[in-house]
Design a protein around this ligand. Structure first.
Ligand SMILES: [Zn+2]
Ligand SMILES: [Zn+2]
Length: 155
């Protein structure tokens, strides 16, 4: 799982506030609450999962605002989106996050986040050869996890 992102919250607030200002929108109380709540989340979350968590925590933000704000935050570079083949988008905090690999189990839908120094070196090497400057990346790998294979063997 990713490390806690709380330390990047002030930075995210600044970026979001600038983004909203540029787009002639206000950093409303609702948007502030939403951003703060997102920074309490760990790992990856869908809009529905976030909505569910917010309802549990009694944070009142409408579904429309949630969806709109999530895409704004992606546009502003605060969040990034991933498709794990679940039929919905997953979000994670992009600020301060290191390049990583998602191991996506197609049987259980579980997603594990892993880091590989070797892979990073290989990509940097590739980019250098191509004269390409890497900004960020995430690699999606689909397969079957150890625990799913164990489950399947039991049947
Ligand atoms: Zn999902
Ligand atoms: Zn991730």
């Amino acid at each position: 799982m990713s490390e806690p992102n709380d330390n990047h919250l002030p930075e995210a607030r600044g970026i979001y506030s600038d983004f909203l200002k540029k787009n002639k929108m206000f950093f409303t109380k609702e948007r502030t609450q939403l951003l703060d709540f997102i920074f309490e989340q760990k790992g990856h979350f869908s809009a529905d999962e976030l909505m569910f968590e917010m309802q549990k925590a009694d944070v009142k933000v409408s579904r429309a605002t949630l969806y709109r704000s999530l895409s704004q935050m992606v546009e502003a570079g605060i969040l990034s989106e991933s498709d794990f083949g679940h039929g919905h988008t997953h979000y994670e905090i992009a600020i301060g996050s290191k390049p990583h690999v998602h191991l996506i189990c197609t049987d259980s839908g579980d997603v594990r986040e892993v880091h590989s120094q070797k892979l990073e070196e290989a990509l940097n090497d590739l980019a250098r050869k191509e004269g390409f400057k890497i900004k960020r990346y995430k690699i999606q790998v689909f397969g079957v996890s150890k625990s799913s294979r164990k489950e399947a063997a039991k049947l």
